[in-house]
Design a protein around this ligand. Structure first.
Ligand SMILES: *Cc1c(COP(=O)(O)O)cnc(C)c1O
Length: 377
């Protein structure tokens, strides 16, 4: 093992997860969401693996992320949806990126860029069906549709998509689910009556892709499930489908040493040894995305079993207490992974910390090298 610390990314798993998601949503195209550096897995390798698995679209939040995909030569449809007034849309229009528009002001800004670039922009009009995040409310929807259709008549834009996002798709049976889908159908109907002829209507994230056939429409937009993590851990739908976590976070012990009983360990001495014991030093810390909340709480895999973090998680390192088990500097530690060997999963970490797996993988720091197993991709 030459690598000291690494987030190993299994690109075969990403490709296979996309294939499985496509099979589970027949009739819909698939947009793999690769925002936030591919949920921490590396945007370009993740995007390539997703495309190899049959994703015909890639979804990102920011314009920079969209341009990063284009510059790497990814030539599938790329859609982008989050920006503030004053951003430069010109490059995205020139690079043939599909853009979300959520207000009349955005339609105007984007179409001005299209006029400057001399190229029609593909717009996806976003309706707020109940998440109350971005998107036009039902009251503002008719004006957004009108503005976009005017831009289309002027030859500056094509309205290719009508879309929305769900609030509680990860809570099956939540009353907002049916309400949002009803709202979406009404918004689509209104836009189509006004003359829109969308190529794709889309609302489904991973949870909806896996559990709500009626939410799939023409295109599904899974993110977390692409990386093999479960959007609805209580139901385990991802596991049932055979999705496989793609990221394994590993390190190697920087040091192993014997200490006596009653030794306070790490900052603040929040852990004290109960007997003479062996401590191992793991060279990853909160700067690498190991939450400081994991102090005395998180488990990792070392010397054949799970070990709890002993004491405070520091910026660059933390300690484990292995008792009288044999460890040596250089031994591999698996912080989380697919769980095959008994190591915790990102989902296990999320549960220990009271968060979601999304936060675990996206926060792995820039200092941690990503390495890629890509034999079959
Ligand atoms: C992040 C995101 C997704 C993917 O959500 P998951 O829960 O990871 O599947 C889909 N659509 C939009 C608009 C998003 O922001």
């Amino acid at each position: 093992m030459s690598v000291t610390t690494a987030a190993r990314v299994d690109l075969v798993a990403i490709r296979r997860n996309v294939e499985l998601l496509r099979e589970s949503a027949p009739g819909a195209e698939l947009m793999a969401v690769v925002k936030a550096d591919g949920y921490g897995h590396g945007i370009i390798p993740a995007a390539r693996a997703a495309v190899a698995g049959g994703a015909s679209w890639l979804g990102v939040a920011t314009l920079d992320e969209a341009l990063t995909l284009r510059r790497a030569g990814l030539d599938v449809r790329v859609m982008c949806w989050l920006y503030a007034p004053g951003e430069r849309f010109d490059d995205a229009v020139a690079e043939d990126v599909d853009l979300s528009a959520t207000s009349v002001g955005q339609v105007e800004e984007i179409t001005r860029a299209a006029a400057r670039v001399g190229r029609q922009v593909r717009l996806h009009l976003k309706t707020d069906t109940g998440l109350a995040r971005s998107g036009a409310t039902p009251a503002d929807w008719p004006a957004l549709v009108d503005a976009a259709l005017r831009a289309q008549a002027e030859g500056l834009a094509t309205v290719v998509g009508l879309w929305s996002h769900m609030a509680c798709a990860d809570e099956p049976g939540h009353p907002s689910i049916a309400a949002q889908l009803r709202e979406f159908d009404e918004a689509v109907e209104l836009a189509e009556k006004a003359g829109a002829r969308p190529e794709v209507r889309h609302i489904a994230n991973s949870a909806a892709t896996l559990t709500l056939p009626e939410a799939r429409y023409d295109l599904v937009r899974p993110g977390i499930a692409v990386y093999g993590l479960d959007p609805i851990p209580s139901l385990g739908p991802a596991r049932r489908l055979g999705l496989r976590p793609a990221m394994t976070l590993t390190g190697r012990l920087a040091l192993a040493k014997r200490v006596g009983a009653g030794q306070g360990v790490s900052y603040g001495h929040r852990y004290t040894t109960s007997a003479e014991t062996t401590l191992g030093l793991v060279p990853l810390g909160y700067a690498d995305g190991i939450p400081r909340h994991g102090t005395n709480l998180l488990e990792v895999w070392a010397a054949g079993r799970r070990r709890r973090v002993a004491g405070t998680v520091c910026m660059d390192q933390f300690v484990i207490d292995v008792g009288d088990d044999e460890i040596r500097a250089g031994d591999e530690v698996i912080l989380f992974g697919p769980g095959d060997r008994g190591e915790p999963t990102a989902q296990d970490w999320a549960e220990m910390l009271g968060t979601i797996s999304y936060e675990i993988v996206t926060r792995i720091g820039a200092r941690v090298p990503r390495t890629y197993a890509e034999e079959a991709v």
